[in-house]
Every structure is written in C-alpha cells, then in structure tokens.
Ligand binder design. Structure first.
Ligand code: FAD
Length: 236
C-alpha cells in the first residue's frame, strides 16, 4: 500500500504544504495527499478586518479549495477533526476516520485574551470568515439601532467600539473602522462626534513588533484618524 499524507487545516500553511507536496510528488504514484478542513474554502485571514469594516465584499476573502487545487493530485475533504490518535495514526472527524502515514498539523491558532476581564466572554472575535461577517453585521446593527434610540446613554453605548489589543490585527481593525465610520455616519445621518473608537492594550505601545519609532508613528496616525489609544491598561 502507498503512503498516505494527511494535512489538517487549509489555511496558508496547509494550502502551501499541499501544493508543494503535490508538485514534488507528482510523479510518485503510490502517495496520496489528503487535505482536510472544516470549511470547503480557504480563508484569507490576513484580510478579515477589511470584511469586518465593510471595505471589501465577503466573498473576496473566501477561496474555494476545489478551485485552488483544480488539476492537482490532492484529495479534498470537508470535515471537522475532533481528535488525533498518534499511536494508531488516525485522525477522527465528525464524518469519518482518516488513516495516515504522515500527518501535517496546520490548524492555526486562537485569539489570545491575556486574562483581560470580560474580553473572552463579551467580545466579538476576528479570527475566521464567520467572525468577520458577524462583526460587520453587528457594527451595522449598532448604527441602525442608534439612529432610532432616544436614550442618550444607550445611543452612546451603541456607538462606542472598543478594540482589545493594539497589535497588528487590532491596529488594522481600528484603522479600517475609523475609515468606515464617516461613511456609516453619512448613511445613517449621525455625527462623527457621536461615535467613539478606542483601541486598548496591556503594553506601552501599539504594534509592539515594530521598532518603537514606527509604533509611535502608527499611534499618531490612529489618533489622527479619531481612534483613542489606551495603553498600559491595568487588569484590576
Ligand atoms: C485579522 C487578521 C489579520 C492578520 N494580518 C496578518 C498580516 O498582515 N500578516 C501576517 O503575516 N499575518 C497576519 N495575520 C496572522 C495570519 O493570518 C496567521 O499567522 C496565519 O493565518 C496562520 O496560518 P495557518 O495556516 O497556520 O493557520 P490558519 O490560517 O488559521 O488556518 C487554519 C485552518 O485550519 C482549519 N481548522 C482548524 N481547526 C480545525 C479542525 N478541528 N478541523 C478541521 N479544520 C480545522 C481552519 O478552518 C483553517 O482553515 C492576521 C490574522 C488575522 C486574524
């Protein structure tokens, strides 16, 4: 029996691995490559904030795996994997059990909440296609409800957006939202001054992976766009 390679996760890592292996092994008959993901599409995770803030159409960040792998010797499976039996060389999904000789784990990561009270339970995550679509709908819903809200406190609540984390993703989301808000204000007949966008972080600067000069520049840019930046927030 030939060798079975199973790749779990069709994100950037899984797709690239499957493509490279398919190319390298194209003349090797006795190898099968199976790519398993819970979705039938690849999500361009790096563009999610653009969907969440209405800049691009939802469909633009979702690419059919059938399309990506057309003509390539990669078997595509849509299933959610629940466990891996390393000793028995099997992955167990909702729909079937998949046997392997080689397993590539490329299931990605989860958002980190760093113990900030309330973030885990009450925030809207931005880590999947569905998250981005939900978040966009929620922001629109807040504006829709704010227009007909007579209680000033409730209206203020509806138009206040806190972004937890001012790293790359948080800063990008804050920037996108700051660009979308004037458009939404125009559409819903609201004043920009009624909307508050706050990006907060435990650390002392935004996008800490940048050199500090660039972090300062990014912060100044965010503030110029009307984002309030709160740094070194306390967890108590
Ligand atoms: C909004 C946002 C913006 C970003 N911007 C940038 C950027 O500009 N530059 C940059 O370098 N990085 C950026 N990142 C980070 C980058 O997206 C990740 O580092 C990258 O997606 C990791 O790729 P991956 O293939 O390891 O995992 P992922 O892309 O997360 O893919 C994992 C795949 O595994 C699947 N999967 C997970 N669990 C299961 C399961 N149990 N069963 C079946 N399938 C499963 C998922 O459906 C998914 O398709 C950004 C992230 C976000 C969220």
């Amino acid at each position: 029996m030939g060798k079975r390679i199973v790749i779990l996760g069709a994100g950037y890592a899984g797709v690239l691995t499957a493509k490279k292996l398919a190319k390298r092994l194209r003349k090797t008959e006795d190898v099968t490559i199976t790519l398993i993901d819970k979705n039938s599409y690849h999500t361009m995770l790096t563009e999610l904030h653009e969907v969440a803030a209405g800049r691009v159409d939802e469909a633009s960040v979702r690419i059919s795996l059938q399309r990506i792998f057309a003509g390539r010797r990669v078997e595509l499976v849509t299933d959610t994997i629940r466990s891996v039996d390393y000793a028995g060389r099997q992955v167990k999904g909702d729909r079937a059990v998949y046997e392997y000789d080689y397993l590539v784990l490329a299931t990605g990561s989860q958002p980190a909440c760093f113990g900030i009270p309330g973030v885990e339970e009450y925030s809207w995550k931005l880590w999947s296609y569905q998250d981005a679509v939900r978040l966009k709908a929620h922001i629109l819903d807040c504006f829709r409800r704010a227009v007909s809200e007579s209680d000033p406190e409730e209206k203020k609540r509806l138009l206040t957006f806190y972004i937890a984390g001012a790293g790359f993703t948080g800063a990008e989301m804050a920037g996108e939202l700051a660009e979308w808000v004037p458009i939404l204000c125009e559409e819903f007949g609201l004043s920009r001054s009624e909307v508050e966008i706050v990006a907060f972080d435990l650390l002392d600067r935004v996008v800490p992976t940048f050199p500090s000069k660039l972090s300062d520049k990014a912060q100044r840019r965010m503030e110029k766009m009307g984002v309030r930046v709160m740094l070194k927030i306390s967890l108590t």
